[in-house]
Ligand binder design. Structure first.
Ligand SMILES: Cc1ncc(COP(=O)(O)O)c(C=O)c1O
Length: 446
């Protein structure tokens, strides 16, 4: 049964939503509500305190309580089903823990200011060392650089000269679109290797490592974007072995590492000689309120990376803001991070069920669904008859936004006609409705 203070608070919220109470309106006195609800003075005070803490009302000394201006910024295009965005919405996450960690962080770091250097806060780097050991990443504080996420890391590594003196970057095809956009705007020489449901062809990888001048291979072993797949253990081990044999660096993007769908997963780093792998990650998928990521750098490159980070300081701050770092530290210290990620994992599992159930209707139209899902993404290979340019536009007219498959390919050589669906910011109902609209539009071609 609801407590009386919650009933009072809910009634006030409802009157605001109905427009009966407008911003600036004065609320009844405590005595008036005590009589109306036939309750104690404390219940009314608690109701007002709760609303105040939620920024719904404010108090003015000696005058009473008033309705606050609405601070709700609404949501971007509420009527759109967004299968395109790879970012979750803050309000879908547990913000109570966030508020708690933010408050704790601002108290603990009250004597600090903006300076946190090129590496980030030492105590956070220490906590990351412990955190990473849960994922078979055994490293030390000195190897960790805290920064603002994967995109920043990739642009830094592009600029960095590697000891192997090689110049070409090898990417999977398909791969992370933002990185490819960055590469297209640089004068870096790039080549691709096909990645599909079965992973990558190791013989072809060996040939490329042997014959081409590969500086590093950028690979997303798990939660692949856009395929949603994971490389097998054998493939991850072999990549580590080939990297050592041919003196090629691996840039291992484990951007969604804390999502524990596959408990037996070990990263490429864990099979490597530690000298040839940059393990890079980010918290932007699970903590969309801040940009923070990190690099585990091979020891021989720490100094070169430090210098490079120092140089870019002028163009963009290399490390995340103090409050972001402090908040992450509290999440790690209090173990709230693991509560947070297990909630996200459970939510994702439910969404996969809804997704899989609904995708069956598309399969009957000849769509090939890349079956394994992990992370947010799922790739749909379209039948020859379908013109994907028209499909994407038609869907947009019906307010369903999807990712055009071509975005994830560097050139047409590897392109598999298709679209990417992301379940990061859609509800179960959106999935059901969105897929039935996709089905309807596909029927135009068949
Ligand atoms: C493969 C991959 N890596 C990294 C990221 C996140 O990068 P950042 O840390 O720059 O937000 C994404 C976001 O969608 C991604 O798909």
């Amino acid at each position: 049964m609801k407590s009386i203070y919650m009933i009072i608070a809910d009634d006030i919220n409802e009157s605001i939503q109905k427009g009966e109470l407008k911003p600036g309106a004065k609320l009844p006195s405590i005595r008036t509500l005590t009589n109306k609800y036939n309750c104690s003075k404390n219940s009314v005070i608690k109701a007002y305190e709760t609303l105040k803490n939620n920024h719904v009302i404010y108090s003015s000394p000696k005058s009473g309580f008033f309705i606050a201006e609405t601070l709700d910024r609404g949501q971007f295009k509420r009527d759109t089903i967004n299968f395109h965005s790879g970012n979750t919405v803050i309000g879908n996450m547990n913000t109570e823990d966030l508020k708690h960690c933010l408050k704790w962080a601002s108290d603990i770091y009250k004597n600090y200011s903006l300076e946190s250097g090129v590496y980030g806060i030492d105590s956070l780097r220490d906590k990351l060392v412990t955190h990473l050991s849960n994922y078979q990443i055994f490293t030390s504080r000195d190897n960790i650089f805290i920064n603002m996420g994967v995109c920043q890391t990739l642009s830094t590594l592009n600029a960095l000269e590697f000891p192997n003196k090689k110049t070409t970057i090898l990417i999977e095809q398909p791969t992370y679109a933002m990185y490819m956009e960055g590469l297209k705007n640089s004068d870096t020489h790039v080549i691709g290797i096909e990645r599909d449901e079965n992973g990558i062809d190791l013989k072809e990888l060996e040939r490329i490592f042997k014959e081409e001048s590969i500086k590093f291979f950028y690979v997303i072993p798990q939660h692949h974007n856009p395929l949603g797949t994971t490389l097998s253990k054998n493939q991850r081990k072999s990549i580590a072995k080939l990297a050592k044999k041919y003196d090629v660096y691996i840039v291992e993007d484990d951007y969604f590492s804390c999502i524990d769908e596959n408990k037996n997963y070990d990263p490429i780093f864990s099979y490597s000689d530690r000298k040839h792998v940059f393990y890079i990650s980010s918290f932007s998928k699970i903590m969309p309120w801040m940009r923070i990521g990190f690099i585990v750098c091979p020891t021989s490159l720490i100094e070169a990376l430090r210098e490079c980070m120092h140089k870019i300081h002028f163009f963009s701050y290399p490390t995340a803001s103090l409050l972001s770092q402090a908040t992450l530290e509290i999440y790690l210290q209090s173990k709230l991070l693991y509560k947070h990620t297990s909630l996200i994992t459970a939510d994702l599992k439910n969404k996969y069920n809804v997704l899989n159930e609904n995708l069956k209707s598309l399969e009957s139209l000849g769509v090939e669904v890349v079956k394994e899902h992990s992370g947010f993404y799922c790739y749909l290979k379209l039948p020859e008859l379908v013109n994907e340019d028209i499909l994407v536009k038609e869907l947009e007219k019906s307010k369903v936004i999807v990712g055009h498959g071509k975005r994830f390919y560097f050139d047409d050589k590897f392109y598999k006609k298709g679209i990417r669906l992301s379940i990061a910011s859609v509800s179960d109902n959106d999935i059901i409705k969105g897929i039935s609209i996709i089905e309807e539009k596909l029927k135009m071609f068949i």
